[in-house]
Design a protein around this ligand. Structure first.
Ligand code: SF4
Length: 427
């Protein structure tokens, strides 16, 4: 990863952000890194007719196969050679962990250079969703997250992202979830910050959404891209013209807490992030999801729910949907999920303020459910647990002051009521 949107490293007393990969090795080129025109050009460069690109692409996107034996429309003498040239093996399954009575499968994948990433396949009554990784590790250093404790190893290529999907599609169709199912939904909420690997993620979105033979032809509306708050990339994504859902991992409505809980907040403040999220809604017409991991006595206070509602309502009505989710702790964590009563009060407060709110389920919480936990444990469980406990203790001590309700909260909320009343009168 050479091209970065932020400075190379920010260091200091807080967890360090890193936009520079520890490993710089690029994955071998793969047909699916390219768009359809580029695939045709590549095949011609190799001395084959351009239409072979269409044939190979259909095998990949319509049948999820890279097996030359199944490509019976290709000349028998060329199948092996062609497939080996354009479909190098990038991703190998290491193991599955099964939870929720077989409705959740967490898979650990090993990439060509030995780094590991995870995806999680979840079956619901009306859909099957795959949560995929866009980076090996993550440089955003959120202290509550297992992936954040390991740092960024490297960005994934477009094909490495899509291979997680293709191989999961094969498994789902073969009955891995108990019966054959089709994966209809994708969430970029596995390892990594998708907006920090922008180009490869945009390529992956094209392969997911574009119709065959360019891609899988999935509905853009069923795809969610998450971010902790790389504001310029949110605006860039809004301009791409995909009606994908944007999920903002907010986790705190005040800069005091968010500066410590989400280190990128030191660059882009809550107000800037929510303004960008609102612009995304205006440009795409897609309601933005606000993700909020409820951590006991950290960010689960009633006053924070009021402040969150204020921040959202002051930017308009109906443009955002809040998803509180009980924290899935990292190994070695000193933090835990909010109590049931605190979570209920938080949700009620948001709803009373007119904010659409749905508590997300914690799929996979009976396995290593936290993001990046399976990969982290495969690498070095003790190191991850130690780093997590240290990072969290530092933050916990630093933010004790942010647990108290701010003195000016009632004035802030009163100002909002006055503004809303004026807006209503003006209608
Ligand atoms: S929560 Fe997301 S952005 Fe933060 S460190 Fe973990 S993977 Fe990265």
């Amino acid at each position: 990863m050479k091209k970065q949107v932020r400075p190379r490293v920010e260091s200091g007393p807080r967890p360090s952000l890193s936009f520079v990969a520890k490993r710089t090795g690029k994955a071998p080129s793969h047909l699916i890194d390219l768009d359809l025109q580029e695939r045709k050009a590549l095949l011609q460069d190799f001395g084959y007719p351009a239409f072979r690109a269409d044939q190979l692409s259909r095998h990949y996107f319509e049948h999820c196969t890279v097996d030359p034996q199944q490509m019976t429309d290709l000349p028998a003498t060329q199948r092996e050679e062609l497939s080996a040239k354009v479909f190098p093996q990038l991703v190998t399954k290491v193991r599955d962990q099964i939870a929720d009575g077989g409705k959740t499968i967490k898979t650990l994948w090993r990439l060509f250079d030995g780094v590991v990433v995870e995806s999680v396949l979840m079956k619901y009554p009306d859909r099957a969703t795959l949560c995929i990784s866009s980076q090996a590790g993550c440089g955003m250093a959120c202290p509550f997250c297992a992936t954040g404790q390991g740092g960024l190893a490297r960005n994934l290529s477009t094909a490495e992202i899509i291979e997680q999907l293709r191989m999961s599609m094969l498994g789902a169709a073969a009955g891995d979830l108990g019966a054959p199912v089709r994966i209809t939904n994708i969430v970029f909420m596995g390892m990594g910050e998708p907006m920090a690997n922008y180009k490869a993620v945009i390529g992956a979105l094209h392969r997911m959404i574009d119709p065959s033979p360019a891609g899988f032809g999935m509905s853009a509306r069923n795809i969610t891209v998450s971010t902790v708050g790389l504001v310029p990339s949110i605006d860039q994504l809004a301009a791409e013209g995909f009606p994908v859902t944007l999920a903002v991992s907010l986790h705190a409505p005040d800069d005091g807490l968010r500066d410590d809980l989400i280190p990128i907040n030191s660059r882009f403040k809550v107000g800037q992030l929510l303004d960008a999220a609102r612009r995304y809604f205006v440009q795409t017409g897609r309601r933005v999801s606000i993700e909020y991991a409820l951590i006991k006595d950290m960010n689960d206070h009633e006053w924070r729910a009021k402040l969150l509602a204020h921040e959202l309502n002051s930017r308009g009505r109906g443009w955002a949907h809040v998803n509180p989710i009980p924290l899935n702790p990292t190994p070695g964590s000193i933090w835990t999920a909010a109590t049931k009563s605190a979570a209920e009060l938080f949700v009620k407060t948001l709803r009373d303020a007119g904010i659409a709110t749905t508590v997300r389920d914690t799929r996979g919480s009976d396995i290593d459910g936290a993001c990046g936990q399976l990969a982290a444990e495969t690498l070095d469980p003790q190191r991850v647990a130690k780093r997590a406990a240290k990072a969290q203790a530092a933050v916990d001590a630093a933010i004790a002051v942010h647990r108290k309700e701010p003195a000016n909260l009632s004035k802030l909320l009163a100002d909002e009521s006055a503004t809303n009343a004026t807006l209503e009168e003006a209608k």
